[in-house]
Design a protein around this ligand. Structure first.
Ligand code: HEC
Length: 217
């Protein structure tokens, strides 16, 4: 037993000495038991290839004619908007400023509302509830502090701010970002639908057009 303990201690020390400094910075080459393919012959993208590359000396190939970028541009009121552009539809802010846009920059159509409803029910309803009242299914599982989207504060938020929340999450970080799941076009669709949910909860009969008002009675 004594030998075992001594051997065990020596093994522990050896493991720490050999494997411990992995990842720390040093000018000396590390002891590598498994080198995990750290060093290998390869060509870096966008580099000059030298003798090993293609005949034109590049390591990467040029785009095939007619290649469409992964994030194709979007059409906003008849103009083409690119995703890197300083445009309200992409940033939620006024051009050249940090002010949020008050009203969404895309036309509200029946199609946009339908898309917004669908996306909202997928990405937002589990927390904020199908009616936007904050009573989503997650509440039943104990996720508290989910606000209603129809309370005064959220009604007063400009559309650009709602866009910012979907893109970056809430300022406190309690709600995460949905930028990777929801494309900018769909964020505006969701915002249009959230406004409809707010109206459904807070609207007055006077808000309805005359012919529809009669049908309430
Ligand atoms: C995982 C649960 C969850 C999902 C899904 C979720 N939210 Fe939230 N949301 C929260 C919580 C929690 C807060 C409160 C955050 C806080 O107080 O900082 C919040 C806050 C908000 C606010 C208010 C922010 C503010 O500053 O007043 C808006 C607007 C909002 N969410 C919209 C959305 C939209 C639109 C979606 C769908 C794309 C969505 N949320 C999806 C949990 C969620």
């Amino acid at each position: 037993m004594r030998y075992f303990l001594a051997l065990f201690a020596v093994t522990c020390v050896l493991v720490v000495v050999i494997a411990g400094p992995r990842g720390s910075a040093s000018r000396k080459p590390p002891i590598e038991i498994w080198n995990d393919m750290d060093r290998q012959l390869k060509l870096r993208p966008q580099a000059v290839a030298g003798f090993a590359g293609w005949q034109d000396g590049r390591t990467s190939r040029q785009w095939v004619q007619g290649t469409v970028p992964r994030h194709a541009s979007i059409q906003v009121r008849g103009t083409e908007v690119h995703r890197f552009q300083d445009h309200p539809a992409i940033t939620g802010r006024e051009i050249g400023k940090t002010n949020f846009v008050d009203v969404l920059p895309v036309p509200v159509t029946e199609q946009l509302m339908a898309r917004g409803q669908e996306r909202y029910n997928i990405y937002c309803a589990p927390c904020h509830g199908a009616a936007g009242d904050g009573n989503g299914v997650l509440k039943k599982f104990g996720h508290g502090a989910i606000p209603s989207l129809a309370d005064e504060l959220r009604v007063k938020h400009p559309d650009g701010y709602l866009f910012w929340v979907i893109s970056n999450g809430s300022p406190s970080g309690l709600m995460g970002s949905y930028a990777s799941q929801v494309e900018p076009e769909d964020r505006w669709a969701i915002i249009a639908y959230v406004r409809a949910l707010q109206l459904a909860r807070l609207g007055k009969p006077e808000d309805l057009p005359e012919p529809l008002r009669a049908s309430l009675k």
